[in-house]
Ligand binder design. Structure first.
Ligand SMILES: Nc1ncnc2c1ncn2[C@@H]1O[C@H](COP(=O)(O)OP(=O)(O)OP(=O)(O)O)[C@@H](O)[C@H]1O
Ligand SMILES: [Zn+2]
Length: 732
């Protein structure tokens, strides 16, 4: 009997040994392939487990080994390369494999429901079955009937077999005799499955053929194309080729990029099955999409971050759109980068991967410069579009209405009068970021976090944007009883009100998390805007990605100052990306566009570098600074976070961790901290950090392993919650 080495969804970084279910007959032992699920006793419960490998013996004594209860699958739910990918991720991110594998499964399969891909599984004759003569198995008429059916047809589904009055028992009997075998419905090439694409520009053609010249085997390409340069068109034509060759394309988009507009662009182009994986879907819908991907029925799989773990029968290409986007990094639990995992997956699946962006991350830029990725450029806008002119508006000493200067408002009204559309960007929702007492200076703060409360005027509430705590707006100052409570700062709700008053004749569409909460709200706005009539679009980050509004000729950025003074070392990179992406919404077709950036610091060196040199030169300058600072991509970072009910406990844990590491690895690593997190108290927990950096990857991996084993052994760990973030993106 083989020993089954199983992964179980629990925080332990180990596999668990079991013996096979006792009632499994010897012929079905071969069903025990890595990637199948089993039901096993675990403590006093029964849980679902995934077979990772089999072994001849176990380190446990035989009487300590427990038997699995039931085999749940006849086919592995995770493909071999995917299993390998998860194992790689467990090692790289130092995260328990069981949790990673179970996160990769749809919820229903995690719970241990038997997996019966009804209607999708197909059966065909095995080689042994093909060797049988017509009319064989005469003594078992039902078996003979199924055999003869399969002798006349290449494959039949479960449903088709059942419709012939043949029971599952008969099917099992033939399968057990290895006369028939199940096939996942083969993906057939779909020639002509796509409506013909646009005629590519020379740059687009060069990019596409560069990717094609590597089509067999692994290769990684960075498609670095200015906003509106037709990157999506390159993806679509690449996907068409992949689908026509009978393979599947996996497309990752940022969380807010998976808009109905994006999807309809794919649906219009392809007469192929598209599976969409999105956290907003119900469990049942997710399972269906996942199954379509795994069985090979779906030709195209589109999803956000976690879709990178979707099993594919015949992968042909992986595309990561807006590869710089922060939402590709998971910020809690299993803290992985879907972009980095995409590259690893392509390597394991031996297929090309394409990372696309108008504002590539410094990591990808550097990888391209080092020759690890092939750098492909689209320097011009596609079709008739030209890149917009960008200028700053000095806010100093200006009178502002709803956060807008007279100069900006003049520009807005001129565009509207000319029949054009305007987009205004303000990355702050609510009416005002703070409510302040004019008499004593009191500022309303969250009870549970070190943060100000945002005033949501329409709702009559103050809300914490960190923990979502809410309370009614006080009538008087809680400190001095004065009634002089006033808004300080401007949020989208306030700007919307000002715009509605100033431009009563044009519709104002506000797009932020509050106004777009209801299903279909964003579609409704997009539809209105695409009618092309003059309108004002006002929004947060939600408006920056995946949107193509051809009628917009003016983009205004209301407040760019906050981004200039970020505490995070990635702040300048994010600012450059955000400004470039927002600006890129202007003048996307035949109309030329203009961008106005409001700031109190028109001479700020970062702003000037970006506006004068464009994102490419700006990024180059930032890379140089990172090199000098030994920061990513030149060094690797590991961030240990700890939080506790009191600040001392978190600090003591991290100090102890630091001391131990210094003793064990003198001179091996640079450690900074423990330091308070930028938001030190959140939901009544005190948060501290210890940052470790290393100049090479091998060393960083060894250090990460040491961090984990040391932290797990510290007695101080009992009173804190802690986690390790490998390649942290957000240091808050
Ligand atoms: N070869 C082409 N000929 C004519 N028009 C094109 C061509 N390629 C793309 N376009 C058009 O140009 C516009 C912008 O293209 P697309 O949305 O693909 O750009 P993008 O680079 O993906 O944009 P983003 O800035 O949103 O990342 C679209 O309307 C598209 O239909
Ligand atoms: Zn709070």
């Amino acid at each position: 009997m083989p020993i089954l080495r199983l992964a179980i969804a629990c925080p332990l970084r180990q596999l668990f040994d079991y013996t096979p279910p006792p009632d499994l007959n010897p012929d079905t032992l071969e069903l025990l392939k890595p990637g199948v699920r089993l039901l096993v006793p675990f403590g006093r419960r029964q849980v679902t487990a995934i077979l990772v490998e089999t072994a001849a013996e176990s380190a446990l004594p035989a009487d300590k080994l427990r038997a699995a209860v039931q085999l749940l699958d006849t086919e592995p739910v995770l493909t071999q390369p995917l299993l390998q990918l998860c194992q790689w991720a467990a090692t790289y991110y130092k995260h328990p494999l069981g949790e990673i594998l179970f996160a990769a499964l749809p919820a229903q399969l995690r719970r241990g429901t038997e997996h019966n891909p009804a209607g999708t599984r197909q059966w065909r004759l095995s080689d042994a079955g093909k060797g049988l003569p017509a009319g064989a198995l005469r003594r078992a008429p039902k078996q003979a009937q199924l055999l003869s059916l399969l002798q006349s047809q290449p494959a039949l589904s479960d449903a088709e077999i059942a419709s012939q009055g043949i029971s599952r028992a008969v099917l099992r009997q033939l399968a057990d005799k290895s006369i028939i075998e199940s096939v996942d419905s083969p993906l057939r090439p779909r020639p002509g499955s796509s409506a013909s694409g646009l005629e590519l520009s020379p740059e687009q053609r060069t990019a596409l053929s560069a990717i094609n010249s590597h089509a067999a085997g692994f290769s990684c390409h960075l498609l670095d194309g200015v906003t509106g340069s037709g990157k999506t068109e390159v993806y679509l034509q690449l996907i068409a080729q992949v689908v026509e060759a009978g393979r599947q394309a996996l497309v990752l988009v940022p969380e807010i990029g998976l808009t109905p507009q994006t999807l309809s662009r794919f649906r219009e182009r392809f007469d192929a099955e598209i599976a969409v994986l999105h956290s907003g879907h119900t469990d049942a819908a997710r399972l269906k999409a996942w199954e379509a991907a795994r069985s090979g029925r779906a030709h195209i799989v589109i999803g956000t971050r976690s879709a990178i773990f979707t099993p594919l029968l015949k992968p042909g290409v992986i595309i990561v759109d807006e590869e710089h986007d922060a939402s590709f990094k998971q910020q809690d639990g299993f803290r992985y980068s879907a972009r980095d995992i995409a590259v690893k997956r392509a390597q394991l699946e031996e297929i090309p991967v394409l990372l696309g962006s108008a504002t590539p991350s410094l990591e990808s830029m550097y990888n391209a410069q080092q020759g690890r990725y092939q750098h492909l450029f689209l320097r011009e806008r596609a079709g008739a579009g030209v890149l917009p002119e960008i200028a700053t508006l000095d806010l100093r000493k200006q009178h502002l209405q709803g956060g807008m200067s007279a100069a900006l408002l003049d520009a807005v009204s001129a565009e509207l009068a000319a029949g054009n559309q305007v987009l205004l960007f303000l990355n702050r929702r609510g009416y005002a970021p703070t409510l302040q007492c004019h008499d004593c200076g009191y500022v309303a703060g969250c009870k549970h976090c070190d943060a100000h409360l945002t005033w949501h005027r329409a709702a009559g509430q103050l809300r914490c944007h960190h923990c979502d705590w809410r309370c009614a707006v006080p009538r008087a100052c809680p400190d001095c009883r004065s009634s002089q409570l006033a808004a300080s700062g401007v949020g989208t709700e306030q700007t919307e009100q000002v715009l509605t008053n100033l431009f009563p004749a044009v519709p104002v569409f506000r797009v932020d998390r509050d106004s777009m909460r209801t299903k279909g709200a964003l579609e409704a706005v997009t539809e209105q805007v695409n009618l092309g009539k003059p309108c004002l679009l006002l929004g947060t980050q939600m408006l920056t990605k995946g949107h193509h509004f051809p009628g917009i000729t003016l983009v205004g950025l209301l407040d760019s100052d906050a981004a200039l003074f970020s505490a995070d070392f990635r702040g300048p990179e994010r600012m450059g990306q955000l400004l470039t992406q927002v600006a890129g919404r202007a003048g996307r077709e035949d109309k030329t566009g203009r961008v106005l950036i409001q700031t109190h610091y028109p001479d700020h060196p970062l702003l000037n570098a970006l506006l004068q040199g464009g994102y490419q030169n700006y990024a180059q300058q930032l890379l140089e600074e990172r090199r000098q600072g030994g920061l990513p991509p030149f060094g690797q970072l590991l961030l240990v976070r700890a939080d506790a009910r009191n600040a001392q406990a978190a600090e003591q844990f991290l100090s102890a961790l630091r001391r131990q590491l210094e003793q064990r690895y003198p001179g091996g690593a640079q450690l900074i901290g423990p330091l308070p997190a930028p938001l030190q108290r959140k939901q009544n927990r005190y948060r501290m950090q210890l940052l470790a950096s290393s100049s090479n990857r091998g060393q960083a991996q060894a250090l990460a392993a040491a961090l984990i084993s040391t932290a797990e052994s510290l007695p101080e760990a009992k009173s804190v919650q802690w986690s390790l973030d490998v390649d942290p993106q957000d240091m808050t």
